[in-house]
Design a protein around this ligand. Sequence first.
Ligand code: SAM
Length: 284
Amino acid sequence: MSAIDTLPPLRAVIAAHGLSARKALGQNFLLDLNLTSKIARQAGDLAQCDVLEIGPGPGGLTRGLLAEGARKVLAVEKDARCLPALAEIAAAYPGRLEVIHGDALEVDPLAHLTPPIRIAGNLPYNIGTELLVRWLTPKAWPPVWDSLTLMFQREVAERIVARPGSKSYGRLALLAQWRAEARIVMSLPPEAFTPPPKVSSAVVHLTALPEPRHPADPAILSRVVAAAFNQRRKMLRASLKGLAPNIADILEQAGIAPTDRAEQIPLERFCALARLLEDQAAKP
Ligand code: SAM
């Protein structure tokens, strides 16, 4: 019998530890261990990997990751009420689960892990995009992680994998597809969660590319795409005018017509724009 079978069912864990879901913490729990194992399998073969899990809650996905063979799971959880339930899992998998009680936006535990490293989580929706953008925009590339397997609201998942011309295309698609291969690998209806959220969800798997598809400085590219899509209906010349006094010339050099709208512009041109802005800023 595997260790996962020796632990009580998640409903019993929740009842025993009084883990009533708190909306402010984005708590929509996954209680079906077949489902959490299936999500863990989307992260690939975990046998030789350390996994960073954000928001383990009562530990459904944590149990999936451990049962699927993760060498070690380091889990960051903000809600102290979940710690006793997670301690029970740690006891069932000696030496393989470490829990940090803290805010994932404040602690950066990646340095505590040994590569290869994968990141996984049924993320609290309010911090998911912020964390994703941080993981995608370190100065150096490749990053310390190999892949991200993350739950998002369906609408956010679609924004991550969107192609130019689609209404979901924007900052998230550009930053994700610049340095990673991004795919939606599972869709989940609201009823898969306890309590059910208002919207459907999807798991996105992102694999880090060995190098970005086109050269660009991450901070400059982030600034350009944020400005370009801030008012997506505006012409680019107007949205980007704050970035350089001669923005019309720079757009032309990047192969972008001043009347183009952001959602029509492919990644390659945004990267060219970022490089031109960087060159201009470096000039004495
Ligand atoms: N992984 C569990 C599951 O699938 O059942 C719980 C998922 S629930 C959607 C999100 C979890 O993230 C909750 O346990 C919540 O307490 C935790 N959380 C919320 N904000 C957090 C933060 N800033 N840092 C770390 N954990 C957080």
